[in-house]
Design a protein around this ligand. Sequence first.
Ligand SMILES: Nc1ncnc2c1ncn2[C@@H]1O[C@H](COP(=O)(O)OP(=O)(O)OP(=O)(O)O)[C@@H](O)[C@H]1O
Length: 613
Amino acid sequence: METLAFQSEARQLLQLMIHSIYSNKDTFLRELVSNASDALDKLRLESFRDKDMKVDVDDLHIVIESDPAERTLTVRDNGIGMTREDVVRLIGTIAKSGTAEFLRQLKDQQSSTSDLIGQFGIGFYSSFMVADKVTLVTRFPHAEKGVRWESTGESTYTIEDVDDAPQGTSVTLHLKPSDDEDRLPDYTEPAKIREIVKRYSDFITWPVRLGGEEINSRKALWARPASEVTEEEYSEFYRHISHDWNAPLETIRMQAEGTFEYQALLFLPTQAPMDLFMRDGKRGVQLYVKRVFIMDDCAELMPEYLRFVKGVVDAADLSLNVSREILQQDRQIQLMRRRLVKKVLSSIKSLQSSRPDDYAKFWSEVGAALKEGLLSDHDNRDAILEVCSFASTHSEDSLTTLADYVSRMKEGQEHIYFMTGDSRTAVEHSPHMEALRAKGFEVLILTDPIDEMWVDAVPAFDGKPFQSVAKGQVDLETEEEKSANEAKAAEFGDLLTWMASQLEENVKEVRLSSRLTTSPACVVGDAHDITPTLEKMYKAMGQELPKIKRILELNPTHPLVEGLHKAFGAGERDALADTAELLYGLALLAEGGELADPSRFVKLVADRVQRTF
Ligand SMILES: Nc1ncnc2c1ncn2[C@@H]1O[C@H](COP(=O)(O)OP(=O)(O)OP(=O)(O)O)[C@@H](O)[C@H]1O
């Protein structure tokens, strides 16, 4: 027998369970039954794949046994079991993504641990809420010996080989004394066990037996008429497949009959899954064939940008040993996926109109993922744009849809104006916004990294082209203003050419601006240039890009520019070279950009300030 220590994160979680003030302790049984059900699914799949496997899969089941005298409760399955290495890895450590984040949040807000336990998915360790010792005996089909694991949930566990372990896993809880005050019922009572299984695990497709009797109905929710399924049943099922504690925000059911029959039961989450933006993040739709679980995380059923959608698709006409490769090539599957995506998007759309507050919360949780679809899903681009919301200069604290933006467009306004940047403040204070603000045009404020990408790919919404206020020529002038500006441009012509040659390493053109009212200068990109933020993102990913020169725009009514023009006319070229450089530096700083040589800039400024004494 070997005694091993729990990994430190596992130890912290166990402590949390042992001293849990969490009121709903019944959920430990849901977790054990859920794990047993997963183990049975896995064994059946493995037996499809490996025809030589010498395992009896005819009577896969879960048995619950209780012994009031010994005060034990056992949950046993004849599923896939675990090897010794599995036990150490899966039960002794926590490899789950998001654990570190979970423990950090826990430190931050001690008071509401129960909410957090739930969000994280409590799993096997929840046994320690109700037991002071847990014994697990398990055997993997190909292993000769079984493994016996035991722990009191303190810092160590013991592990040893056993000769006579049956196929599968049994978990025996040595229950704490029941205690009404601590809300700890007597879990050896059959009526209590029955009640918990009925409440949390009724839909489990495998038989759950207690005293020789089957105590779950095993009816797949998606196969029952919608009118007969309660909200609570949907929520429990959602918890089983998503490991999310919250009830789903929206339940979506779909059914197709005819040549390719399927039923779908999908859920939108209230909260973003922990792994939404992690590299190994999972997609949430499971594939069943005629009520039999086939695979998790089925990429063929839901595109990546809808990875927060959880649920089940049960197709009647596929073979039970269908593989990913077959799914990828199946035209019916592609058609089905298209319909599922449309249905999900239309459900979000109706959420938006019927429950605006819920939609707003939903958007704040998963909007950044959904917007990825603007790049990857051309067919549904318009439908995605319709359910998007953005910050805008129209309101400080609420977001706007594009339809609402369009309804507020001024007479004669042809474009949907936007500006991308790192933060709302940076965008609002950027010189590029001045003329738009002065003329009262609304500007969308786009600060998600993904925004930098889709704005280049999506040309228009509802026939109105998107226009960056920091790119190309922003055409806001009246005819009179235009002709006045043309006259100015002629007047400033020599200065502009001279400045362009002074700054040629950094800018490709110097011109007069129609977007500035109070700042002296700003830097803008050509319509198809990538933005500085995007340039930074590419660099962060290790991609070197050729240097991108932008355009310097001057505000001819600003005293600094006027002064420069005068001095230039008087022929003081040499002394003005530094001024040109300073102006360019100021324009960069004003948009929150970075100077190539900050120390040189500081020296130039200090020099100027000195001359004022
Ligand atoms: N009855 C079982 N048979 C086989 N493997 C099991 C069994 N119970 C647990 N395991 C293994 O141990 C792992 C950890 O279980 P645990 O319940 O802690 O987390 P989980 O089921 O992965 O996630 P969750 O936190 O959502 O419950 C499982 O993923 C599974 O691989």
